[in-house]
Design a protein around this ligand. Structure first.
Ligand SMILES: Nc1ncnc2c1ncn2[C@@H]1O[C@H](COP(=O)(O)OP(=O)(O)OP(=O)(O)O)[C@@H](O)[C@H]1O
Ligand SMILES: Cc1cn([C@H]2C[C@H](O)[C@@H](COP(=O)(O)O)O2)c(=O)[nH]c1=O
Length: 209
């Protein structure tokens, strides 16, 4: 019997995390698994409001420190209001992005320092890290092309950053992979959505189904 797990989906913009999570939710329901699916930044009222501020393309003047602190504030409220109670009630929690996004985007790509951003996040949520992280591995230019190809997708302030920025984000994730190899599994996100979902499902079946 496995205990319930805190699982996060991570990767560059446009890698297919949200699409795959939607399909995984259906499979978990079909298997009567008790779970909660949520996302960052957001997931609850206060954090969704902070999301609107952080991702608003009009706020070009936002300082990197402000950005990092807003993500951490949204995470703190989301964690204590929604994630912790769900874990305590025995549910698996699947979260679309979590702390690794802050380490890669703010710590590495914005050059605030991975350790510094880790430290403000430890203030926000303590030392609790995910039990399992699925990294959607995709070259940033492919992810950005996917987002551009589908104009109905929200193009937010971070999506609209340069390719150079998104290449730094990818390098940031490589650093995260080096730091936490024991909890991170990698899927090849350049495959079709069906194949990616199948690969994610295989990993989940090993631990929760
Ligand atoms: N495996 C895939 N192959 C081709 N296109 C895909 C694939 N997965 C998702 N897409 C498409 O790429 C776009 C981005 O997908 P999605 O929103 O799921 O990515 P994401 O990783 O959640 O991105 P973000 O972090 O920027 O929100 C969508 O238009 C989606 O339909
Ligand atoms: C949690 C988190 C997210 N980001 C970035 C990553 C994306 O560009 C956006 C979120 O948009 P999505 O469509 O929901 O993926 O925010 C970040 O920079 N730092 C973080 O901690």
């Amino acid at each position: 019997m496995v205990s319930n797990l805190f699982i996060t989906f991570e990767g560059p913009d446009g890698a297919g995390k949200t699409s795959a999570l939607k399909d995984i939710v259906q499979r978990l329901e079909q298997h009567n698994i008790d779970f909660l699916a949520t996302r960052e930044p957001g997931g609850i009222r206060i954090a969704e409001n902070i999301r609107e501020v952080i991702l608003n393309p009009a706020y070009q003047e936002m300082d990197a420190h402000t950005e990092a602190l807003l993500y951490a504030a949204a995470r703190s409220q989301h964690f204590y209001e929604k994630i912790v109670p769900a874990l305590q009630s025995g549910k698996h929690v699947l979260c679309d992005r979590f702390i690794d996004s802050s380490l890669a985007y703010q710590g590495f790509a914005r050059a605030l320092g991975v350790d510094e951003v880790l430290s403000i996040n430890e203030f926000a949520i303590g030392k609790r890290m995910p039990d399992l992280t699925i990294f959607f591995d995709l070259q940033p230019q492919i992810g950005l092309a996917r987002i551009q190809a589908n104009r109905s997708d929200e193009i937010n302030r971070l999506d609209a950053e340069s390719l150079v920025f998104h290449e730094k984000v990818y390098a940031g994730y490589e650093e995260v992979l080096r730091r936490y190899p024991e909890r991170i599994r990698i899927v090849d996100a350049s495959k079709s959505l069906d194949e990616v979902t199948e690969d994610v499902w295989k990993i989940l079946k090993e631990v929760i189904v």
